[in-house]
Design a protein around this ligand. Structure first.
Ligand code: GDP
Ligand code: MN
Length: 441
């Protein structure tokens, strides 16, 4: 792309943006009006605790002298086996008392609903794939529980889009359509556009997907730090993120939001992957430096071993300066908005924003969210929904359960063998999963 053309496009973008402003009530910087539970209180760590936590984070899980081609291959083999054995176990639904069912009253709904919404960020042109996803999640879960939908977009939703979504859903179902405040979806003024352009080109040359798509950078930034302040989400405590073109293979007969709330979970995921290391090359180094002055945010029960794992893909760990790049794949996520709106997460987001890595690199919302969770949450607050059969191309979570249809086969992860190594779930199972979580199914 010619530089002048690029700058012209950016300027035009800003011009367009200005004409929008007044229409918006809130932006990422304003958290007024949230009355969430308090998810964080400053701990009373003594110096010894602080240095133990910091030292753990700064130490590779395996001594570097033990990491070589043979040990790495053996680790991958063992991990693949653990993954497959785990997913081949016959399961049903979480074995906890008090799962909440759908009401038998006319119109259904949860017997004890939570303030929660299914959330999609989507473009008008992705209507067809969006409807397909809505039908999937309705069939598997939401036709019984009748949770509302919220659709967000950086542009206005067309009437056609809104009508088609409404027509796909039962009458009376609450559906909201919202636009994103321009300041939450544009390159911030603090970003040096020349450096941004050069970085995009550099990442593109390295083969990083979407590196030169400005909108993709905006999207990653929005899902990291913006969305949970959208005015339409203010009334909610949880969101279930739904992308166009995904599939749900298994029936879910309990209220998953109620499960999250009752079990004290702040985050639910299904897929756990290694990342493209070039997209986050500086993320961990920056984070680690910031943490030195913010040790009060570290959780003693954090998933540190998952962050510092260095055996299955040691090159990722080496390139990032100490981060495995393991992350929850955020295209499916059930997230506590109160947790995202809590001080540690917000402070971390402000810091990341100040570093510019959403633009100078291509920091994804997945590694960003995952690091925050691993560092600030207790690992018991994070739940692997093993029972939610799910696919977002090309990866699959497929349990062995009578509740699942035959579109996936148990323990299947990806159609191509050479991508099996991208699976980080075994590391989670081995090093981060609590006994209670293991015994849940
Ligand atoms: P991928 O899964 O990483 O390949 O990225 P996607 O293209 O699926 O984007 C992630 C999510 O953001 C999806 O829900 C998309 O619909 C949404 N998204 C991505 N770019 C844009 C955009 O420019 N505008 C809007 N409104 N949504 C976007
Ligand atoms: Mn996607």
């Amino acid at each position: 792309v010619d530089y002048d053309v690029y700058i012209g496009a950016v300027k035009e973008h800003y011009n367009n943006v200005v004409t929008y402003v007044g229409e918006y009530i809130g932006a990422a910087t304003s958290s007024a009006g949230n009355s969430g539970e308090v998810y964080w209180e400053e701990p009373f760590y003594d110096e010894e605790t602080v240095s133990r936590l910091v030292e753990t984070l700064n130490t590779p899980l395996f001594p570097e002298s033990d990491v070589n081609k043979t040990s790495t291959q053996q680790c991958f083999k063992d991990n693949l086996k653990l993954y497959r054995d785990t997913l081949k176990e016959k399961i049903d639904e979480p074995q906890v008392a008090g799962l909440v069912r759908a009401s038998s009253a006319a119109g259904g709904g949860s017997d004890n609903p939570v303030a929660a919404t299914i959330l999609s960020l989507v473009r008008n042109e992705d209507l067809e794939e969006m409807i397909a996803s809505v039908m999937e999640v309705e069939r598997a879960f939401n036709s019984k529980f009748a949770y509302p939908y919220t659709f967000l977009n950086d542009a206005e939703f067309t009437q056609e889009f809104q009508d088609a979504i409404r027509a796909a859903l039962p009458a009376g179902r609450k559906v909201q359509f919202g636009t994103i405040a321009p300041e939450d979806w544009s390159v911030p003024e603090s970003i040096d556009l020349e450096r941004f352009k050069a970085s995009m080109q550099h990442l593109e040359d390295e083969g990083v997907a979407y590196a030169t798509r400005e909108s993709y950078h905006n999207m990653c930034r929005y899902f990291s730090r913006g969305f949970y302040h959208h005015p339409l989400l203010r009334e909610y405590k949880y969101t279930w993120r739904l992308e166009p073109g995904v599939k749900f293979f298994c029936e879910v007969d309990y209220d998953v939001f109620r499960f999250m709330a009752d079990q004290g979970k702040v985050y639910g995921y299904v897929l756990n992957l290694y990342d493209n290391l070039q997209s986050v090359e500086s993320l961990w180094r920056d984070t680690r430096e910031w943490l030195e002055d913010h040790t009060q945010y570290l959780s003693e029960g954090g998933a540190f071993d998952w962050v510092r794992e260095n055996m299955q893909k040691p090159e990722n760990f080496a390139t990032t300066g100490g981060y495995s790049t393991c992350h929850f794949w955020t295209n499916f996520e059930i997230a506590s908005l109160d947790w995202l709106r809590s001080e540690p997460y917000e402070a971390y987001m402000d810091f990341l924003e100040s570093m510019g890595g959403f633009y100078y690199e291509r920091w994804g919302d997945a590694p960003v969210r995952s690091l925050a969770l691993a560092l600030f949450a207790d690992r018991s607050q994070i739940h692997w929904f093993r029972d939610i059969g799910y696919s977002h191309f090309p990866y699959i979570n497929c349990p062995n359960s009578d509740r699942c249809d035959k579109r996936c086969s148990p323990a299947e992860f990806v159609p191509w063998d050479n991508l099996e190594v991208e699976n980080c779930q075994a590391t989670w199972i081995r090093y981060a999963m609590t006994q209670e979580e293991r015994d849940l199914y």
